[in-house]
Design a protein around this ligand. Structure first.
Ligand SMILES: *Cc1c(COP(=O)(O)O)cnc(C)c1O
Length: 415
């Protein structure tokens, strides 16, 4: 089912080309809650899935569908579901696959929000999460039990910036008949070909690079079409596959989880994210080249204690990252400045870079994770996620690299 077009062409033309009625070439925004039918029979057919039809925008919406189809094309997947946020996409996948008593084997190097979701919702519902080092592929095998329902891994751990070896983990997942769920928010479909590396479900927070200008919150989950849901370990998915066939997983996510929990994406946000996708390839090139140049500059800087960037040859997972992400390494790096006070002082002196909790913005942004995103985590959880009191996370934007370097340098001169 692979698409004949190259990535850049798909990101602009897939899912929508031009509006049949008026010829509009920008994706039309269907800002409507509901969709009318002329007869009760037609509405009943749509409700009972005898014929496809839009019903209510909590379930499906034509503008949101374009985003879903475009992402499906970029991932060469079976289908996608857009959600209100990246967290809603992750929660939807988890609700679809696990019930109390089940187990998740997860990378321990996770985005703070995902750690909190596991801890505050799923673990308290009686789901057991076994955390493993994502760079130790055998640890996944050793953690599998008869109750394991999924593997959960980020492509590049945020903010630890370690890179799991998906070729190895996918073999283990397949051997044990466990779906491999990958959060590719930091790499996007442009850097990481999830299906080619054996992922079965890929998730993106579209709030990040896909939106691209820090303007909207959104998420998406994609069934990559390479897992046999008829034989899934999750009973609810097997039941769903009996009814919806190959679309069993997507039907469970949309018709049961999303419809009942309500984490749908708004049509206007879907429109902005479709726009973002049109320039994703161009922007990712620039994020990656700027981040590499900045990482190299900071690695030589006497006031910076250490720099972590998977594109530096000194990074422990440099080779894995190089092979998996097409010799590009994303837009995030971290630095350690020796103390929390020096971090705060440096942030105060920055003139271009913004201090805020986002990443993947066109603007360069920095944050002190320990006092913000990870403030409710214990010290042990922080260390496991690679968060230290003197660590700053930088999301390198697409401004002129000279101006970014000058800004960092002038602020470093004062700490
Ligand atoms: C931001 C982020 C999320 C959560 O996405 P939201 O859109 O903020 O809900 C999940 N995973 C990763 C890796 C992220 O960076």
């Amino acid at each position: 089912m692979s698409n004949p077009w190259d990535f850049e062409t798909r990101s602009i033309h897939s899912g929508f080309d031009q509006d049949e009625k008026n010829g509009a070439t920008a994706v039309p925004i269907y800002e409507t809650a509901s969709f009318a039918y002329n007869t009760a029979e037609e509405l009943a057919d749509a409700f009972q899935n005898r014929k496809f039809g839009y019903l209510y925008s909590r379930i499906t919406n034509p503008t949101v569908s374009v985003l879903e189809q475009r992402i499906t094309a970029l991932e060469n997947g079976r289908g996608a579901i857009a959600t209100a946020s990246g967290m809603a996409a992750i929660a939807t996948v988890l609700y679809a696959l696990v019930k109390p008593g089940d187990e998740i084997v997860s990378s321990r190097s996770l985005f703070g929000g995902t750690l909190q979701l596991f801890k505050e919702i799923f673990i308290s519902f009686g789901v057991n999460v076994i955390y493993v080092d994502p760079t130790d592929s055998n640890a996944f095998e050793n953690a599998v039990t008869s109750r394991t329902r999924l593997f959960f891994v980020e492509t590049i751990g945020n903010p630890k910036l370690d890179a799991a070896n998906f070729t190895e983990i996918a073999v283990i997942a397949q051997r044990n008949n466990i779906p491999l769920v990958v959060d590719s928010s930091l790499t996007t479909p442009y850097l990481f070909e999830a299906k080619g590396y054996g992922a079965n479900v890929v998730i993106h927070s579209t709030s990040k690079y896909i939106s691209g200008s820090g303007h909207t919150i959104g998420g998406v989950l994609v069934d990559l079409g390479n897992y046999d849901w008829f034989n899934a370990r999750s009973e609810s998915i097997r039941e769903s596959a009996q009814k919806a066939g190959d679309f069993g997983f997507l039907a469970r996510c949309r018709r049961q989880v999303l419809q009942n929990t309500g984490g749908c994406l708004s049509p206007f946000n879907a429109y902005l994210q479709c726009l973002g996708l049109e320039t994703l390839a161009l922007r990712m090139e620039k994020h990656c080249s700027n981040a590499l140049a900045l990482a190299r500059f900071l690695a030589e800087h006497p006031r910076v204690q250490s720099v972590c960037y998977p594109g530096l040859e000194t990074h422990a997972n440099f080779e894995v990252a190089k092979n998996q992400f097409g010799a590009k390494f994303g837009g995030l790096l971290t630095i350690r400045l020796g103390s929390l006070e020096r971090c705060f002082e440096w942030i105060r002196r920055l003139k271009i870079a913004k201090n805020l909790a986002n990443l993947g913005d066109a603007k360069t942004v920095v944050i002190h994770p320990a006092s913000t995103i990870y403030c409710t985590c214990s010290e042990e959880e922080q260390i496991a996620a690679g968060v230290y009191p003197d660590l700053i996370r930088v999301s390198v934007g697409i401004e002129s690299i000279h101006d970014i370097i000058d800004d960092f340098d002038q602020a470093l001169a004062e700490v």
